[in-house]
Design a binder for this molecule. Structure first.
Ligand code: HH2
Length: 285
């Protein structure tokens, strides 16, 4: 299974990509303010690359529950010095975590290869921007907006509804000229989901892998881990690793994380276990 991101093609048939998170924000839920200056963000980005991240996801707008939107010009003011420097000094794949087509367009012009859109084409101009650049695209499921998404989210069948929503967005992307092999799909853990919904989405990840595209999961330090273990954000590493490993074993191919070194190790073992299981399955013809 190939994920095509501009000139780059990731073959994810039997390996897992680790995407390191660089939050250039004052208010992100787990590391807000730590990497807000360009110097701090660059230092963090270089560290994540040294730890084995193959993709860096640069974000300038927190999407934590209750957060409001950050204007496009302010997002770009935060992103540009970091993105422009990284594009010059590394050939790592750079992703921009934005729901704004105008921010995405500027980031792609500055050398980003992927747009990570937590609104799955909520901005009507986004699909055209991604199509014209030939960029990779992450379509994430969210119910509601960060400001209100955790107010009593309800589903009859969370896994089925999330898959149907992402299948429809995948069709929209295709209709706008974005080839299927450019798209990765993400259930949006914690975005308009209770703890139980997040668990169900991870445990039934095959409802998403069945759509034939690489599945990305973002479980790192998320509140479902905190609820299960009754631990604050700075003590959720082991729980996050367990969730990432199980998701990879069940078929996820891209893991978005704050803790790259530990995640690279965990998903390598989980991926080897998945491969061993697949090798034992009877051939289907
Ligand atoms: N989670 C966050 C942000 N962006 N993108 C995708 N595709 N999937 C996710 O699960 C996801 C995401 C939230 O995490 P973080 O970036 O650490 O926090 P904040 O939004 O507060 O900056």
């Amino acid at each position: 299974m190939i994920w095509q991101c501009r000139g780059r093609a990731f073959d994810l048939a039997d390996r897992t990509l680790v995407m390191g998170i660089v939050n250039i924000t004052p208010d992100s839920f787990s590391d807000g303010g730590r990497f807000f200056t360009p110097e701090a963000a660059l230092g963090h980005a270089r560290r994540l690359l040294a730890e084995g991240a193959e993709v860096l996801d640069l974000g300038a707008e927190s999407t934590r529950p209750g957060a409001g939107p950050v204007p496009a010009d302010e997002q770009w003011r935060r992103l540009s010095p970091v993105l422009e420097t990284l594009a010059r000094e590394t050939d790592a794949c750079l992703s921009v975590d934005t729901a704004s087509a105008s921010v995405a367009e500027r980031a792609l012009a500055a050398g980003a290869q992927v747009v990570n859109d937590v609104t799955a084409l909520g901005d009507p101009a986004m699909a055209g921007v991604v199509a014209r650049a030939g960029a990779g695209l992450v379509l994430m499921h969210m119910r509601g907006a960060p400001a209100d998404m955790q107010r009593d989210p309800r589903y009859q069948d969370a896994a089925g509804e999330v898959a149907a929503h992402l299948a429809a967005r995948l069709d929209d992307a295709r209709a706008a000229g974005i080839e299927r092999d450019r798209v990765a799909l993400d259930p949006g853990i914690g975005f308009g989901k209770t703890v139980q919904h997040s668990l169900e989405l991870l445990a039934r990840i095959e409802t998403l892998t069945a759509l034939g595209r690489p599945v990305l999961v973002g479980v790192s330090r998320k509140s479902f881990v905190g609820h299960l273990l009754d631990l604050p954000v700075d003590q959720r590493l082991e729980g996050s690793l367990a969730a990432a490993a199980v998701a990879v074993f069940l078929g996820a191919r891209i893991v978005r994380t704050h803790d790259v070194a530990a995640t690279v190790r965990a998903v390598r073992v989980a991926g080897a276990l998945r491969a061993a299981r697949v090798a034992q399955e009877p051939a289907h013809d």
